[in-house]
Ligand binder design. Structure first.
Ligand SMILES: [Fe+2]
Length: 209
């Protein structure tokens, strides 16, 4: 499913993970061993490198990209801009990490490295209805506690798409161009952790220089 912004802009694609892939991810997010914070802009304490688990989902991500018109367009648009000698058809997942965010923590607007990036929602500990009912949120035109936001240019102005990512998003993923700005709002109504897994997809060549 394509996620559209205003003016019909295509921002991201949403997928539901196969059960066996999601079950595996739910296990390896508990590998809280190698801190990843220094690579992030987020205001949250717990971020961990999961790159050792890349082989376990590499095939799934590769197949997803190959079967997605949205992803293929981003990929080919990207490699067309590369010098001829560094072009490659070889897509690979090179960075994988997880964020454990607790009450009040957030991720300010940022983009990633690579061609395509994704976020997988592993655990959402709060109910959006409770978040939106908090006094400060309830007075707003568009309550946005706990939301995931895409910030983009719609052809006329910079706009934001605020997506209410509640419990129903567990096991779902957004994949988008690595240059796509996004952010995550804090939640306040749960003492549990919001757990997400993110990754960046590169191509063989000199893209990381
Ligand atoms: Fe991000």
């Amino acid at each position: 499913m394509i996620i559209h912004g205003s003016n019909g802009i295509e921002i991201a694609e949403q997928h539901t993970l196969p059960k066996e892939v999601f079950d595996r991810i739910k296990k390896f997010v508990n590998h809280k061993v190698i801190p990843h914070n220094k690579f992030l802009v987020g205001f949250h304490e717990q971020a961990f490198d999961l790159s050792q688990f890349i082989p376990e989902i590499h095939e799934y991500i590769g197949d997803l990209i190959q079967n997605s018109e949205f992803c293929k367009k981003i990929y080919f648009d990207f490699i067309e801009r590369l010098p001829q000698d560094s072009q490659s058809n070889f897509v690979f997942l090179d960075e994988l990490w997880c964020n454990w965010m607790k009450k009040g923590e957030y991720n300010p607007p940022h983009s990633h490295f690579g061609i395509l990036s994704f976020v997988i929602f592993v655990q959402i500990p709060f109910d959006l209805e409770k978040e939106y009912a908090l006094p400060a949120a309830a007075m707003a035109k568009n309550p946005s506690n706990g939301n995931f936001n895409f910030i983009y240019f719609n052809g006329t102005k910079v706009d934001a798409l605020n997506i209410g990512v509640g419990k129903s998003y567990e096991g779902k993923m957004f994949i988008f161009p690595s240059t796509q700005m996004h952010s995550v709002n804090p939640f306040y109504t749960s003492d549990g952790f919001r757990i997400t897994v993110s990754g960046n997809v590169f191509t063989k060549g000199k893209l990381k220089e």
